[in-house]
Write a protein that binds this ligand. Structure first.
Ligand SMILES: NC(=O)c1ccc[n+]([C@@H]2O[C@H](COP(=O)([O-])OP(=O)(O)OC[C@H]3O[C@@H](n4cnc5c(N)ncnc54)[C@H](OP(=O)(O)O)[C@@H]3O)[C@@H](O)[C@H]2O)c1
Length: 321
């Protein structure tokens, strides 16, 4: 089992972002029930200060209080979401830019705020959500390392970075985890990110491991307010082409007697012990369905078929940051 700072980490974690209504409505009481279930299953809980502008971290605090159990919580800073804060523009490919701040004072303030919202004395794993284009990464990572020295943070990670940035950051302070989009829907991480992550002995924590729901077969059309409308892979002709390709994956899952979500997660887990998908769901039952993928071993024949159906870059639509 992979460990982060000697803490064993279950190879499937829980992504809490979906509890903020980005992919359809979510209501706090059922969100807390779902979170408590994930905590009871000892899953790493993934959040960020920007999810719901701090609300997601508060939900996690309430869930830990109600369950009476501490979870391994990973959070992120860097996306500016408060009106009184400023930062640098980062173009994303989603049709709108993000504002990012990785300066020392911002990092220090963000950590204190996350500690308060989570109601903990130490953050288990802290990621820079995106690097600030106008702040040297050494400044950002040093600020994170200072928080480790002060005992406010246990381990540090990076998200949405390049292979070079991973290697540079690891020289400032050991990087325990890198978070990047990785799934059969988007395999580009295999080119350079995965080798870099392996070379420093870190975990690759895969965001959108179910292709933001696409690989479950439940995403056929999207409501107007759904954040996934911004994803070029789910727009117009790309969406139609991608659904046709997905149909071949779905058929394999039917033949194996498992769900498409389980197939997508089992494929990720088969990529290495340090690969940790963090699927999100608003429903308790889907947490159990997704966790069951831990017990599914795919044959080399099935892995080969999936390589043929979904090689790197097969699903159409520009790659986002
Ligand atoms: N670092 C970053 O920049 C970054 C970016 C994006 C996400 N993340 C993290 O990664 C986590 C996961 O990514 P994600 O939420 O984008 O996408 P995901 O986990 O690939 O997919 C989530 C979607 O899949 C559906 N789903 C989950 N399990 C299912 C199942 N067994 N059957 C059918 N549908 C299922 C959920 O719907 P229901 O709710 O209806 O079940 C939800 O809409 C996020 O929660 C967040 O913590 C990080």
């Amino acid at each position: 089992m992979f460990t982060i700072n000697s803490v064993p980490i279950k190879q499937i974690g829980y992504g809490a972002m979906v509890l903020e209504g980005y992919y359809g409505q979510s209501e706090d009481n059922s969100a807390i029930e779902t979170l408590i279930h994930a905590i009871d299953q000892n899953m790493m809980i993934d959040t960020a200060d920007a999810y719901g502008a701090g609300h997601n971290e508060i939900l996690i605090k309430q869930s830990m209080e109600q369950s009476g159990k501490d979870a391994f919580v990973a959070t992120k800073f860097g996306i500016v979401f408060e009106e009184d804060q400023t930062g640098s523009r980062l173009d994303t490919g989603w049709g709108f830019p993000l504002t990012i701040n990785g300066t020392k004072p911002y990092v220090s303030r963000a950590i204190d705020n996350s500690l308060g919202r989570l109601g903990v004395e130490q953050i288990d794993l802290l990621y820079a959500h995106y690097l600030d284009p106008n702040t040297p990464l050494e400044e950002t990572v040093s600020a994170m390392a200072d928080a480790v020295k002060k005992g406010k943070v246990k381990a540090i990670g990076l998200s949405n970075v390049t292979a070079d940035e991973i290697i540079r950051a690891n020289k400032v302070h050991p990087i325990s985890a890198v978070q990047y989009e990785y799934s059969l829907f988007r395999r580009e991480a295999e080119h350079e990110i995965l080798p870099a992550v392996k070379s420093i002995g870190a975990a690759l924590v895969c965001w959108s491991p179910l292709g933001a729901g696409f690989l479950t077969g439940t995403v056929k059309d999207l409501d107007d307010g759904d954040f996934r409308n911004n994803n070029p892979k789910m727009q117009g002709e790309n969406f139609t082409n991608n659904l046709q390709r997905f149909e071949h994956i779905r058929k394999i899952s039917v033949d194996l007697g498992i769900t498409p979500a389980q197939l997508a997660l089992a494929w990720l887990i088969a990529q290495g012990d340090n690969i940790i998908p963090i699927p999100g769901s608003r429903k308790k039952s889907r947490i159990d369905e997704n966790l069951a993928a831990l017990d599914i071993e795919l044959s080399s024949e099935v892995m080969g078929k999936l390589d043929t159906i979904a090689p790197i870059g097969a699903f159409k639509g520009a790659t986002l940051v």
